[in-house]
Design a protein around this ligand. Sequence first.
Ligand SMILES: [Mn+2]
Length: 325
Amino acid sequence: MIQQFQEAKKMIGRAQNILLATHEDPDSDAVGSLLAMKIGLSKIGKKAVVFSATKAPPSLSFLPGVDQIISKVDLADVDLIIGLDYGHHQRLKLNSENLALRNFLTIDHHLVGEHLGFKIIKNNYSSTAEILYELFPYLNIAVDYKIATCLLTGIFSDTGGFRHANTSAQTLKIAGELLLKGAPLQKIAKAENSIYFPNNIKLWLTAFKNLEVDLETGIVFSLVAFDDLANAELEWKGSGIAGLLSSVPEIKFALLCAEKKPGQLECSLRSQKDRGINVAAIARIFGGGGHRLAAGFQSSDRPENIVSAIKKLALNNFASLKKEI
Ligand SMILES: [Mn+2]
């Protein structure tokens, strides 16, 4: 890892115009990492533009520099792209035909996906923010209050408030150090929870209404149909629901499908550490990806077909995925 950090330092040292990019619909880790990196680079005299194809959630408006994130970018003068927390390069929505040929540095904790350029990918880290905390000393970036706020936001969110299985002793140690730098934990926690209110409560109701529990296979499934979203004028931002469903003790994993556009499903898979399931392996069957306990995919198939395909696999004890599961 030290060698990788040194290579990152060299790449940044050579660059004049840096673009920091993350996935569309950026979550707290994506936004926190983007902004921490921008502030950090400015401290060492490097100019960087921050990009995400869609806006940061309003709950993150307290993060320093969030108003500087742009959603359209001209890559002509950019001589280094740093992709953060993005998983698959298509999620960056950077309209460039030869993106793969660009000078590109990837920093991510999503193992599954398609990354570009020189890659620092650590899936044993809770979040991209946690990786950045380790990287910054190599770049001579001192963590101040602003950077600490951004990084703790990313770590807090991706660990579900330090409750998920990806919370290591190191995660908590780093979080403690960020608190010592003045990161406002309570404010961050409040912002994270406010994502759920009030519209998401309506989404939860819909998801619970359509809940199906199959004890034979250990699958809990729910669907939020397009009509439900459209009638309640809701925007789909609901991966918290799948996590909640997966915590039912008798369940092996949860599948939640949301019909964001008519006929277009966005499906989340969640499991818990003690259930012996790798949901990323299931997501890959449908062209998606993710982590062992949190994965997802998109599909234009009918939800009942997806559920029955997964049930079939489960009844077969996931024999075809045995190596991965
Ligand atoms: Mn992340």
